[in-house]
Write a protein that binds this ligand. Structure first.
Ligand SMILES: Cc1cc2nc3c(=O)[nH]c(=O)nc-3n(C[C@H](O)[C@H](O)[C@H](O)COP(=O)(O)OP(=O)(O)OC[C@H]3O[C@@H](n4cnc5c(N)ncnc54)[C@H](O)[C@@H]3O)c2cc1C
Length: 602
């Protein structure tokens, strides 16, 4: 393998052999594209990743960000990365051609991001810009679009998302930042935002912050929140930069990882002059910001995929090179030659566990991105709702399951390296440090689980969830004959998932609402495992078909056999954990609620 970032063979397998994304090119929206164009874009992404983004990873970690005279300085190597990013037009890859973008399908944009997102510290500067630009595309006035979008699409101006305050983390509705209405229709903000990623940098000449705040007199809670655009430099009518806006960067956080990413405290309006423009309608701030957050949650899933992928490929290479111990067959012979650790069953167990999870995340995230494209290209409302429904229900799984399990993949990589993995001289400990944040930002994974159980399962009276169950059942039926040892296990797990959701619904009706609330996280992980088993079964079914062809899979025979072995490992060794989780939930035990606060420790 030429690189240790992404397995390009698996990437192509998911895109073309499993998901058949060339079908998209039949839709008028993507008619100008072809597989060759997709492959070219991904080859460029690989080149960019291997020559600039990966080399900047360890350097960015060592150098970190500095706050000098109120301005953030990012690691030097990030300047080269952003230059290449701009020249390659990566920031406008998914922007429609009508808006001067390249108009690629989202699934190709996400596959490109998989190449980049192992360096989340860098990539956050540009993905937040793209998310903020997309908000303006959808909710901005024509004047706002004209003023901000061209520079943001070109990655010359940055963007952020500014929700969090010291007393308003998970509880966004508690925010205190105040917006004061001006006679000319603009606003002035006052308040302090904390933890704002890319809140300042010397990569961009201007930064446009979408900021949540409450207009004076509006009601408390999330329903009273509006969203504003707060530029670092005001923009004159002719597009040139005007005066510096009235906000300051109070500090940047010292963090466990992601050292190249500036996490800023922003003090808005110390002089009462922090200029802000309303985005969209008043008191619609949460609804509008949710659009950016949903995209960002998929992005956090991609961070997990990339972290898992780079960790797995490094561990695999190390396991092939590191000599330690003798073969199991020659344990008693002290003169036996030392073997690479990949020969040891326990190391192979760790590697196949990492491979199964990494490839499961890839299939899940690419499927989710394809749902966006299928929605955009849908010819009727039913198709739009079908794919939109998959996306709704799978977003918390993409965010929380992928980030939590990816963290464990990075941890397992350290285990494969042994003691060297714990040392900064080797790269894997950074992968773990950088990945941990993914379970926390964009809404903690506990909050994602509450969103799944409290809101998403019941959307359209459960229709989206039921449609997903049906889709999984259809895959099982399709591959029942080809994979008789695996398909029934997956169907049984799908049934368990359905029964557990029904138990939640019945508990809610019976007034036992603590059952779903206290078990939301185990349910999310259970669902993540069932969804992964479904996708890996689908992959194994495709691989089986390829092996059944006259050439027996040709030069890819080992690859296809590996797909089946990986699915089998997951279904036989990991999927049974879903049964255990369901059993625990069904017990209706609420000891976590019954234990008194003072009984947690004396
Ligand atoms: C490096 C970094 C970058 C960030 N980037 C940004 C950014 O760009 N923009 C931005 O706006 N914010 C950003 N954040 C903030 C981040 O989104 C918050 O940290 C996160 O939402 C959690 O809020 P909190 O830290 O206040 O934790 P808390 O809300 O205090 O949560 C603490 C714990 O309690 C749990 N909890 C809280 N409320 C509930 C509840 N109702 N039910 C069940 N469990 C609950 C949580 O799940 C968590 O386990 C960033 C944070 C970090 C560390």
């Amino acid at each position: 393998m030429a690189n240790l970032i992404v397995d390009p063979r698996d990437q192509k397998f998911v895109l073309y052999e499993m998901l058949g994304i060339e079908e998209l090119c039949k839709s008028p929206l993507y008619a100008d594209f072809s597989r060759d164009m997709f492959d070219m874009a991904l080859a460029e992404a690989e080149k960019f990743a291997t020559t600039a983004i990966l080399p900047a990873l360890a350097e960015g970690d060592r150098e970190g960000c500095r706050l000098e005279a109120g301005s953030v300085r990012v690691p030097k190597s990030f300047h080269r990365c952003i230059q290449i990013y701009r020249e390659g037009g990566w920031g406008a890859m998914n922007v429609p051609a009508a808006d001067d973008g390249q108009g690629f399908p989202h699934v190709i944009g996400l596959a490109a991001k998989e190449w980049f997102s192992h360096n989340t510290a860098f990539i956050n500067y540009v993905t937040l810009t793209e998310g903020a630009a997309h908000l303006i595309e959808v909710y901005g006035t024509e004047a706002q679009k004209k003023k901000y979008l061209p520079k943001m699409h070109a990655a010359e101006w940055g963007g952020t998302m500014a929700l969090t305050e010291a007393g308003a983390g998970s509880d966004v509705g508690n925010l205190k930042t105040k917006a004061v209405r001006q006679p000319d229709g603009t606003f002035r903000l006052q308040g302090t935002k904390v933890f704002i990623t890319a809140g300042d940098s010397d990569l961009m000449e201007n930064i446009i912050h979408p900021v949540l705040a409450r207009i004076e007199g509006d009601p408390p809670g999330t329903g009273g929140i509006s969203i504003f655009l707060v530029p670092k430099y005001l923009v004159n009518d002719d597009g040139t930069l005007g005066k510096r806006n009235d906000y300051t960067i109070g500090s940047i956080e010292e963090k466990m990882g992601l050292h190249g990413s500036a996490t800023c405290t922003i003090n808005l309006g110390d002089n009462g002059e922090c200029y802000a423009e309303l985005l969209g309608e008043e008191r619609q701030g949460m609804k509008i910001m949710f659009q950016m957050m949903n995209g960002a949650r998929i992005g956090v899933g991609v961070q997990g995929l990339s972290s898992a992928s780079i960790a797995y490929l490094h561990a695999l290479q190390y396991a092939k090179e590191r000599l330690q111990g003798a073969s199991l067959m020659e344990m008693k012979n002290p003169a036996a030659p030392r073997v690479p650790i990949i020969r040891h069953p326990d190391v192979r167990r760790m590697l196949i566990w990492m491979k199964a999870h990494t490839e499961g995340f890839r299939a899940l995230l690419y499927f989710a991105a394809l749902c966006v494209d299928r929605c955009n290209a849908a010819e009727d409302e039913a198709e739009k709702e079908r794919y939109g429904g998959f996306l709704e229900i799978l977003t918390p799984i993409c965010k929380a399951y992928c980030s939590d399990m990816a963290f464990r993949v990075t941890e397992t990589a350290i285990q494969v390296y042994g003691g060297y993995g714990y040392c900064a001289e080797y790269p894997v400990e950074q992968f773990l440090r950088d990945e941990k944040i993914a379970s926390l930002y964009e809404g903690t994974n506990g909050i994602q689980a509450l969103d799944l159980v409290g809101r998403k399962l019941g959307l359209r009276k459960g229709l989206y969830f039921m449609t997903l169950l049906g889709e999984m059942g259809a895959t099982v039926a399709k591959y029942q004959a080809a994979l008789p040892d695996l398909a029934p296990d997956v169907q049984a797990a799908v049934n368990t998932l359905a029964e557990t959701a029904m138990l939640f619904a019945a508990s809610g009706k019976a007034g036992k609402f603590l059952i779903p609330v206290a078990n939301a996280y185990p349910f999310l992980m259970l669902m993540g495992q069932v969804v992964t088993a479904w996708l890996l079964l689908w992959e194994a079914g495709v691989a089986k078909e390829k092996l059944g062809m006259p050439d027996g899979g040709g030069p890819d025979k080992a690859f296809y056999e590996g797909k089946i072995a990986t699915a089998r490992y997951f279904i036989k060794h990991v999927l049974p954990e879903a049964d255990a989780a369901a059993k625990a939930i069904k017990s209706e035990d609420l000891s976590m609620m019954e234990i008194a606060d003072e009984a947690f420790a004396s």
